[in-house]
Each structure stands twice: as structure tokens, then as C-alpha cells.
Design a binder for this molecule. Structure first.
Ligand code: FES
Ligand code: FES
Length: 158
């Protein structure tokens, strides 16, 4: 199968890897690059477990062709704690018991971080909208919404 080199930035670091022809960004990141934080849930754009950012906008990695991210800035949940300190969202998810099995959590965190970066003081409705593409079978969503709002309201641990 044909492969082509892809140069991109992952969580702020320049990276290069070979993408197989037709490979989606989720497989590319997990198998080709070794970032296992984007999860495979449905593979067809309905669960949000694979959510990443591409040039600052949330995208479903299972629906993006890997070869199209040449030169792009990719963000994953692995980038939230690269300095060794947890992102306030990660702290808030722990404080609010917003993760149970944790499978949806990386995608949730990416969606929530993208929201807060664009809109630091979202309303509850805006939080709900921002995570509306991220399915969670465990929490009932309320702890997740509370965690995100706590960061927006400055109530999370510093
Ligand atoms: Fe991409 Fe479900 S694995 S949306
Ligand atoms: Fe299990 Fe969300 S914590 S799917």
C-alpha cells in the first residue's frame, strides 16, 4: 500500500510520519504516531471519542484523511498536560467525578478545552452545545458540564 510522508505539529511539537493511502487521522495518530489519547468508538463520526483539534478547530479524527493534515497543527488530549501539570479541566474532571470508564474523556477534554479557549465564560447552554458531539455512556453528562463550568467560573483548583 502506498505511503506518503506527512509533516505536521502535534501538541506544539513538529512531527513527521508516513500515512498509508486512505488512512484516517485517528489511525494515523494512534498507529503511526503513537498518540493513543484519541479513541476509536464508532469509526463513523457519531461518538466523538476521536475528537482532536486541527488548526484550532475540533474535528472527528475518524473522518479526516491523514494526508490532508500536511502542515497542520494537531491538538489531542495528550497536549493538555505536556508541562507535567494537569490542565485545570483535568483537575476539574477529577474533582467532579466526571470520568468513570474514561473512554469518552480525552475527546470530551479536547472539546471542552477548544470551547474555553474560544469562549472563556460560556453559558451552560454553550457548554452543552460544545460537547453535544461527544457521547458518554457512564456519567449522565451532569458532572462533565459541572466540571467545565467550574473552570469557566474560576472555581477549579489553581
Ligand atoms: Fe470518530 Fe466515533 S470514532 S466519532
Ligand atoms: Fe465512560 Fe464517558 S466516562 S463513556
Amino acid at each position: 500500500m502506498a505511503r506518503r510522508p506527512v509533516n505536521f505539529t502535534l501538541n506544539g511539537s513538529p512531527r513527521a510520519a508516513f500515512a498509508e493511502e486512505g488512512q484516517n487521522l485517528l489511525e494515523f495518530l494512534r498507529r503511526g504516531v503513537g498518540d493513543l489519547t484519541p479513541k476509536y468508538g464508532c469509526g463513523q463520526g457519531t461518538c466523538g471519542a476521536c475528537t482532536v483539534t486541527v488548526n484550532g478547530r475540533t474535528q472527528l479524527a475518524c473522518l479526516v484523511l491523514a494526508e490532508t493534515v500536511e502542515g497542520a497543527e494537531i491538538g489531542t488530549a495528550a497536549g493538555l498536560a505536556t508541562s507535567g501539570t494537569l490542565d485545570p479541566l483535568q483537575e476539574a474532571f477529577m474533582d467532579h467525578f466526571a470520568a468513570q470508564c474514561g473512554y469518552c474523556t480525552p475527546g470530551m477534554l479536547v472539546s471542552a478545552r477548544a470551547l474555553l479557549d474560544a469562549n472563556p465564560r460560556p453559558t451552560r447552554e454553550e457548554v452543552v452545545e460544545a460537547i453535544s458531539g461527544n457521547l458518554c455512556r457512564c456519567t449522565g453528562y451532569e458532572p462533565i458540564i459541572a466540571a467545565i463550568l467550574s473552570v469557566a467560573e474560576g472555581r477549579a483548583r489553581a
